[in-house]
Each structure stands twice: as structure tokens, then as C-alpha cells.
Design a protein around this ligand. Structure first.
Ligand code: S3P
Length: 188
């Protein structure tokens, strides 16, 4: 990556969206390492702000409250002050960030938004590895992921500038594709 021409995003972020387990955080970390652009993980920012894990926010305050926190963070990132934080950054989002129409609009305005689309079988096997996602703490996890895919796919499609089918790609290949597409997007 270092040998390629430097990525000029004109101060705007690259944003990764998609279902739980699609690789947003892993790809975001690698892209950040290779480009030197800082990674802003929305879930981590919210956890730090509230002082507890997402699962505890869901348990204590409920999902609707968490969704309001996501919107508040996006509004902040779009504000003059927050703009400095997300300038030239990679933003990794929570899988449900597209549920609110306002969020979808902000994400599309804010930067180059990429939907990492992955087969449900892969999502299932990846999300088996930990139990920190409140929506998947149930025995019918496979059914839940299938339903979320049906419900959210149109929302990801509406939000993203690019849908990247990444089931058959390893992480370095996904990173390369996002990088190349961002280069084309920002120089158009
Ligand atoms: C959620 C996805 C999670 C986290 C929360 C809700 C969702 O993020 O924001 O558990 O609604 O899909 P990841 O997609 O990073 O797991």
C-alpha cells in the first residue's frame, strides 16, 4: 500500500457499514494501519462516553437509547467541532447505524461509505466467537442474522456509495479494494 500514491480524501472520512461480523472493525484497523488515517470506532466511542459496554447500555437503558446515542454521535461528527475528529479518519460503525433515516443521510454526506457485504454463513461463524452482541445473545442467532439481512440490506444499499461483496476476499484484499475505490471516489 505504501508504494501506491498517497490517498487524498480531501479531509473526509472513509466509513464502513454492514452487518455484525462483516469485518468493519478488522478492515478498519488494517486500513488505518496502512494509510495512517486514524480509526474511529463508533461503538467504542459510545462505550467510552457512557462508561460501559454496549451490552450493558442495551440492558440498562434499552436499544432505543443506544440508537439515540448513535445519532447524537453522528450529528456531532458532522458539526464544525466534530468535523476535526473525523477528518481524514476511517469510521467503523455499528451494524444497526442505518436503521434511522437521519443516520443514513449523515453517513452518505459525511464521506465515502462502503458496505461490506458478506454471506450469512460467514457472519454466523464469525459472530459465534464472542457473546458481546446483545442482539445475538439467543439460541436462534442464525434466524436473527437472516432477518436482519433482509430488513437492513435496502438500508445499507441506500447509504453506501459502494457495495463490496467480500465473502470471497481475505482482509488484505478487502483493504486493497476499499483503498482503490476511495482513491477513485475522491478524485472524481
Ligand atoms: C448492532 C451491532 C453492534 C453494536 C450493537 C448493535 C446492530 O456493532 O452496535 O450491538 O444492531 O447490528 P457491530 O456491527 O460492530 O457488531
Amino acid at each position: 500500500m505504501a508504494s501506491e500514491s498517497k490517498l487524498n480524501t480531501q479531509g473526509r472520512p472513509i466509513i464502513l457499514i454492514g452487518l455484525m461480523g462483516c469485518g468493519k472493525t478488522t478492515v478498519g484497523k488494517e486500513l488505518s494501519k496502512q494509510t495512517g488515517m486514524p480509526l474511529l470506532d463508533m461503538d467504542s466511542v459510545i462505550e467510552e462516553q457512557i462508561g460501559k459496554p454496549i451490552a450493558d447500555i442495551f440492558r440498562d437503558e434499552g436499544e432505543a437509547h443506544f440508537r439515540a446515542l448513535e445519532t447524537a454521535l453522528l450529528r456531532y461528527l458532522e458539526s464544525e467541532e466534530g468535523c476535526n475528529i473525523c477528518r481524514n479518519s476511517i469510521i467503523s460503525t455499528g451494524g444497526g447505524v442505518v436503521l434511522r433515516p437521519e443516520n443514513r443521510e449523515i453517513l452518505r454526506r459525511l464521506g465515502f461509505t462502503v458496505w461490506l457485504s458478506v454471506d450469512v454463513d460467514i457472519l454466523i461463524s464469525r459472530t459465534m466467537r464472542n457473546n458481546n452482541r446483545p442482539l445475538l445473545r439467543r439460541p436462534d442467532r442464525e434466524e436473527v442474522l437472516n432477518q436482519l439481512l433482509i430488513q437492513r440490506s435496502p438500508m445499507y444499499a441506500e447509504t453506501a456509495h459502494l457495495k463490496l461483496d467480500s465473502s470471497d476476499l481475505d482482509i488484505p484484499a478487502v483493504v486493497r479494494e476499499v483503498y482503490k475505490s476511495a482513491q477513485a471516489f475522491f478524485s472524481a
